[in-house]
Design a protein around this ligand. Sequence first.
Ligand code: GUN
Length: 296
Amino acid sequence: MTARVLDGKAIALQIRHEVQLEVAKVIEATGKAPCLAAVLVGDDPASQVYVRNKEMACHKAGIGSQLFRLPAETTTEQLLSLVEQLNNDPSVHGILVQLPLPKHIDERRVLDCVAPHKDVDAFAPENVGLMSQGRPRYLPCTPHGVMQLLHREGIETAGKEVVVIGRSDIVGKPLVSMLLQKSGPCGESNANATVTCVHSRTPNLSEVTCRADILIVAIGKANFVTAGMVKPGAVVIDVGINRSGDSIVGDVDYHAVKEVASAITPVPGGVGPLTIAMLLRNTLEAFRVAQLKMTT
Ligand code: GUN
């Protein structure tokens, strides 16, 4: 079997177009545009690229963007004071602090300082709690992108055995939470999975991954998933972005696994482009939240 290749890039463009149309409507209705503030500390090359891509995507969708570049020596207190300033700025609807931050900065304190209603990454404890109770304010961008990708490719999760490899706060844990819900971002068929999460301390990991109808991989290790770890006919979603020389590879040994799976995401061009698309959606949602706050 050779797997169907799931085109995340095309789905991301479709979602960005949908957001663009909705943004045009809210601008017409309110005379104001949603605005995202991104904060970049230091000069990590990958982060520079991400932030530039976010700015360009905002521009194309009609969303305003402000970029705050701070030197690598910035202190936690200085960063906290910028975040406070953005929290109090009514023209800013969404705030994104680009990770990773330099090691000397207290990342937890900084992320906790972002006002929950402007937290378009959905990292704040309040937003994580709302999501885990099945009443999300914002959904975290990359996991939400995975759910949209599955739905728009006609892959239902309800009643399926889904195995998530990786337990990060950004991808693994929120994905488990979303897949477990009775209703997901795209309805009941996009939720209701039987979910298992495996990680670096799981013994006999491949015994568990071989049970998966849908295998989602977010462990951050290049080519970690080999063909022998995949049930024939499974759907394989690769969230990994690993640098390998001049190119980027996922967490899945793509060419070998493609011969076993029924569907697979490539890297690049799979899940990656969806993260920005869902960030735009959250920024639009943050604008709506701000409008509601003004009228209540
Ligand atoms: N760095 C890599 N991915 C992300 C993300 O989704 N949000 C933020 N804030 N930083 C990141």
